[in-house]
Design a protein around this ligand. Structure first.
Ligand SMILES: NC(=O)c1ccc[n+]([C@@H]2O[C@H](COP(=O)([O-])OP(=O)(O)OC[C@H]3O[C@@H](n4cnc5c(N)ncnc54)[C@H](OP(=O)(O)O)[C@@H]3O)[C@@H](O)[C@H]2O)c1
Length: 311
């Protein structure tokens, strides 16, 4: 398949491009700078120069391909508009792909997030269409959900669209700015590893190589209008993560009471994310696509030491 990948130079994309090439696909990667073009080439893909703001260019790229994987996001909008603005910028991009691919049955696979499932009383599944949010996330998730519904809705226009919801922690040897490095940096700064309350709230994780395999499977054979869960560990108590970090750094793991979590407390602006529970199932993804995560789980990967080599 000739696959157009937007965001191939990013953390996930730099594993997805080699995964696709190894499976025999011909990949063209979007690059907005010489530096990005060099990365795309080094990963073994052809380069298509362009930017997310050039919707006509994205349409052309999609029309020239047999399928699209979209991972890029407008982080540049974060300082001025926050996560809402980043999510909102996705909508015209998805509609542009939709226009290019309508009626073709070609795949469009995009990256989504595991939102906070709130009080479902069970792990969130792939059949939960737009995950409900805690009050503090409502705005952002509402925007994200509009985008997700638009992507899934493209199935009715003859696009084999799907969304791969990536776990909160996507870990790898090249993870520099994800939640795990952030928690490690915070612990070093504070001199202890904090966890909220009793630390029993559940987080989820996936190895990025396993996530890359899932993107490929969704591209190759995912039915239209689907959600997939790129989650290997579907419910790790936050305290276990904190204790694993503590063990590696030689620092104590300490419960932070809820009234001391916010700024200028331990987690600051991360508090709303850190205090939530995100239990997630991957059963439908595994059964439907035959996806079997094979890389180390989160705690085993932390045990490998690469997250702590500079400490
Ligand atoms: N745990 C997780 O990692 C996680 C969880 C849930 C959802 N996600 C979503 O998964 C997707 C991929 O995440 P990631 O961590 O791999 O992303 P990333 O490392 O931040 O990479 C972002 C990509 O977007 C590209 N990009 C940004 N602005 C662009 C523009 N104006 N024009 C063209 N390209 C542009 C970047 O290209 P340059 O190289 O040119 O900068 C880069 O390839 C994102 O949408 C993210 O929100 C990730």
């Amino acid at each position: 398949m000739r696959v157009f990948v937007a965001g191939g130079t990013g953390h996930s994309g730099s594993y997805i491009i080699p995964e696709l090439i190894a499976a025999g696909h011909e990949v063209t990667g979007l690059a907005r700078s010489d530096a990005s073009a060099a990365v795309v080439s080094a990963l073994g893909a052809k380069v298509r120069r362009g930017d997310l703001q050039d919707l006509d260019g994205l349409k052309e790229a999609a029309a020239d391909s047999d399928g699209v994987i979209h991972l890029a996001h407008r982080q540049d909008l974060l300082p001025s508009g926050g996560l809402d603005a980043v999510a909102a910028a996705e909508l015209p991009i998805m509609l542009a792909y939709g226009e290019a691919l309508a009626g073709t049955g070609k795949p469009l696979v995009t990256a989504g997030s595991i939102g906070s499932p709130g009080n479902l009383g069970r792990p969130a599944t792939e059949e939960d269409p737009a995950l409900p949010a805690g009050d503090e996330h409502k705005g952002t998730l509402r925007v994200r959900n509009v985008v997700e519904r638009a992507v899934v809705g493209l199935a009715e226009q003859g696009v084999r669209s799907s969304i791969v919801r990536i776990a909160i922690i996507a870990h790898s040897t090249t993870d520099r700015v994800g939640f795990l490095p952030t928690l490690i940096a915070l612990a070093k700064e504070k001199g202890f590893v904090g966890y909220p309350g009793d630390g029993a709230n559940l987080w989820n994780a996936v190895h990025v190589r396993d996530a890359a395999t899932l993107f490929r499977l969704a591209l190759e054979k995912g039915p239209a209008g689907s959600y997939w869960h790129a989650v290997e560990d579907g419910g790790i108590p936050f305290r276990d993560i904190a204790e694993a970090i503590a063990g590696r750094l030689g620092l104590p793991a300490v419960s932070v009471p809820h009234d001391a979590l916010m700024t200028p407390g331990y987690f600051g602006f991360l508090t709303n994310i850190v205090t939530q529970s995100y239990p997630v199932s991957n059963l439908i993804t595994r059964r439907t696509l035959g996806w079997e995560p094979a890389r180390p789980g989160l705690l085993a990967d932390m045990d490998n030491g690469h997250y702590f080599s500079a400490s």
